[in-house]
Write a protein that binds this ligand. Sequence first.
Ligand code: ADP
Length: 309
Amino acid sequence: MNKEIRIFSPGTVSNVACGFDVLGFCLDHIGDEMLVRTTPQQGISITKIEGYDLPYETEKNVAGVSALALIEDFQPGFGFEIEIYKRIKPGSGIGSSAASAAGSVFAINELLGKPYNKTQLTAFAMKGEAVSSQSEHADNLAPAIFGGFVLVKSLNPLEILNLPTPEELYAVIIHPQIEIKTLEARAILPKDIPLQKAITQWANLGSLVHALHSDDYSLLQRSLQDVVIEPYRSQLIPHFDEVKTAALKQGALGFGISGSGPSIFAITKGEDSARSVEAAMRKVYESSSLQFETYLSKINKEGIKTISK
Ligand code: ADP
């Protein structure tokens, strides 16, 4: 008998302020659903995609490529078909491709009786992510798989640290409907960093990790700053400075670019604060002609989860 599983795969924020390329966190109810089913014929096929126009070819879809990496290793002797119910817009900067790449390997691992741990699943998922970004990275995948705040200590060997998440943390995301080309976002980055800036950045990242461990919201606020990347990439995002000023004035603990944009995020203490920060951020874009969407989410400590099996 064929077995199947339905899962929820969340959106994620990577490049969290001073944690460029290493720190991410997981969103709560913002995410995709996927259905994965065993099939007698071997291999991976993508049989349904709803929500956005994405490739059905297994080798072109990140969910297919990560699943292929897993079954190549496990050799189950049967195959899987995947249905993707995509809610996270591709290219929005909140881990649309990561949700698919991580979701397929999570689901297959469940159907196989959990032979792999979360770090191993992240490694398979990285093969899928590489299809969309041309390089392997894990700072969206690992938060989706582990939940909460995650630090990718190294890619080779893959070492992932699941950090504690203070109970009252919320995220507000605003997604202006513009496209930022990954190449452009990369090209704008400086090749070298002045030592003084590097010192500030790693002091902030160390303090941020300590703040998460000690539930210290005030230290978190003083640490959530990016002096290296944001001054460059923020130029690609319309009204960045105004939205940031509005959010911080309204009491946000921190603010930054989600992934390589165009989404930007604020972190707050508590839901009430998140709601007023969201209103302040919306107000800036409402006075422009830009189309945008906002999301409000508790930080999700659980990560990807099974809906039914
Ligand atoms: P995001 O950060 O939102 O994931 P990316 O630009 O990294 O955005 O990835 C989106 C790209 O990945 C698009 O070109 C899209 O066609 C491709 N892609 C392939 N498979 C998927 C998938 N299952 N989900 C989302 N994007 C996918």
